[in-house]
Design a protein around this ligand. Structure first.
Ligand SMILES: [Mg+2]
Length: 331
């Protein structure tokens, strides 16, 4: 909107000085036209609708697609465009923040909400020297790690979530953004006995993207970053009294090719979920676009679900200062 206002003031200025001759109604039409052109030139565009107030149990981020309310888990396509090696990523947690925001897989239309532990909003602890999440963190839509499927590599079952992504680019992305990423590699974390793959990827529009094409390039361009990533996942639950997480493959990253195969495998598992060939096991597979899915909703049904969510509210309670504390968990 700010861009539109700037554009309007430039046109107004040019018109006043008689450099450009457009009446004000024509000016509005032109600005609207330019906004539409911008939208249609972009990839499929999504927007978000916030409900409740941030930093409360009620807070939700719902998603809109070109035809109304959608599920970010089931309705945003796996791929971000025609290139089958570029994926959509739903950003759940912006880099350097602590609130554990995630797609609510068990709620209708799967809005993003903050995870809750023992009735309280969950924040990840700052394990020295890390601050919050050290990447933009999120999920690839239309993927699922089936909890009844034992992974051949990790010998552990899936964690019942869409596959996780660490986006390592320059920009801090807002929660609820949908960005296009290319996978560079993958880490096989074992979290309390469950397989929990972490795809390492970069925003295709990032200045570094041209130089990063596989996992070895990350070490070349960002020395130390992969080791910091493994350490982060190993220790992040320790301040909460949990044991260190472990990893398959000795904590080594697998390459891009391997990552693409795992993503494809989790996409196939998601297809079974959304077509009810696998039991949804408490997950909400309601969607507005998957042809033949028994969980398909009409546009009106989806809008009704959004309408029933708590009213939007700008009043956000202050954040607990405890969130900024450092923890020294040792090595
Ligand atoms: Mg996971």
């Amino acid at each position: 909107m700010q861009r539109v206002r700037v554009l309007q003031s430039i046109f107004r200025h040019l018109t006043q000085r008689r450099i450009l001759n457009i009446q004000s109604s024509g000016l509005e039409q032109l600005v609207n036209h330019l906004s539409t052109v911008k939208t249609s030139l972009g990839r499929m565009s999504f927007s978000t609708v916030e409900r409740g107030a941030p930093n409360t149990l009620d807070f939700r981020i719902y998603f809109n697609g070109p035809n109304g309310v959608i599920s970010p888990f089931h309705d945003i396509p796996l791929n971000g465009g025609a290139d089958k090696t570029v994926f959509n990523m739903v950003v759940e947690v912006p880099r350097w923040s602590n609130a554990k925001m995630e797609i609510a897989t068990k709620e209708k239309l799967n809005p993003i909400k903050q995870d809750v532990k023992k009735g309280k909003l969950r924040f990840v602890k700052n394990c020295f020297p890390h601050h919050g999440y050290i990447w933009n963190y999120g999920a690839i839509p239309q993927t699922w790690e089936d909890p009844s499927h034992t992974d051949t590599h990790t010998k552990a079952n899936g964690d019942n979530d869409p596959i996780d992504v660490c986006e390592i680019g320059t920009v801090v992305h807002k929660g609820g953004s949908v960005i296009q990423v290319k996978p560079l590699g993958i880490l096989a974390m074992i979290d309390e006995g469950e397989t929990d793959w972490k795809v390492i990827a970069i925003d295709v529009t990032d200045p570094l993207a041209a130089k990063l094409n596989d996992i070895d390039d990350v070490e070349k361009e960002m020395p130390g970053f992969l080791a910091a990533t493994v350490e982060w996942f190993r220790i992040y639950k320790m301040p909460d009294g949990k044991p260190a997480n472990s990893f398959a493959f000795n904590g080594e990253f697998k390459n891009r090719e391997f990552a693409l195969n795992i993503i494809q495998q989790t996409h196939e598992q998601w297809k079974e979920l959304v077509s009810q060939k696998t039991s949804a096991g408490g997950l909400n597979a309601s969607n507005t676009s998957v042809v033949g899915s028994p969980f398909l909703l009409t546009k009106d049904d989806a809008q009704t679900i959004l309408n029933q969510a708590p009213a939007p509210s700008g009043e956000s309670p202050p954040r607990d200062p405890e969130v900024d504390k450092w923890y020294y968990v040792g090595q």
